[in-house]
Ligand binder design. Sequence first.
Ligand code: GLN
Length: 197
Amino acid sequence: MTVIGVFALQGNVREHLAMLAQVGVEGRAVRRPSELAEVDAMVLPGGESTTMDKLARAFELFEPLQKRIADGMPVFGTCAGMIMLANEITGGTADQETLGGLDVTVRRNAFGRQVDSFEADLEFAALDSPYHAVFIRAPWVERVGRDVEVLSTVRSGPATGRIVAVRHDRLLATSFHPEMTGDARLHGYFAELVRGR
Ligand code: GLN
């Protein structure tokens, strides 16, 4: 059976585990390398990417994660998790590093102070109705590499056209928090990606 780990050193871990359960996948909190070795895929939750970076190093998960990603492990990065997956970031702290793998440039805290946190209905080709998304000090994607598919952009307001969901082969990333509204369709989409469908 497919097991999806949730990076559990920081962020909304419980909520992601609940979403995975909702789509019929076994989810497991991952805090150490031995736990990472036992999962088929990972969710990197939202939180604070600079802290996630530091904690991943302190708990010796940074390099094992990088290696698994390079070996093709599917990963769903949400908000700070999207930042962690990006090959390149702008607005990071001086010593901030990312795991990389996703060929994009992501801008941290991109929406600015006025729209620090907001909600928006997004269109996804893979979903039959809009997805209500919650953004919290969210990043956006400024550049996408050739093999990166844009899954969704903001439809109205000052940030119209900004890219907020992408897929690059087995890496999926969203600017928003898909674990906060009870709508598990993106976790379902990820689970299918993991199963190779
Ligand atoms: N602003 C946070 C960061 O830079 C991300 C916010 C979030 O994950 N909700 O890591």
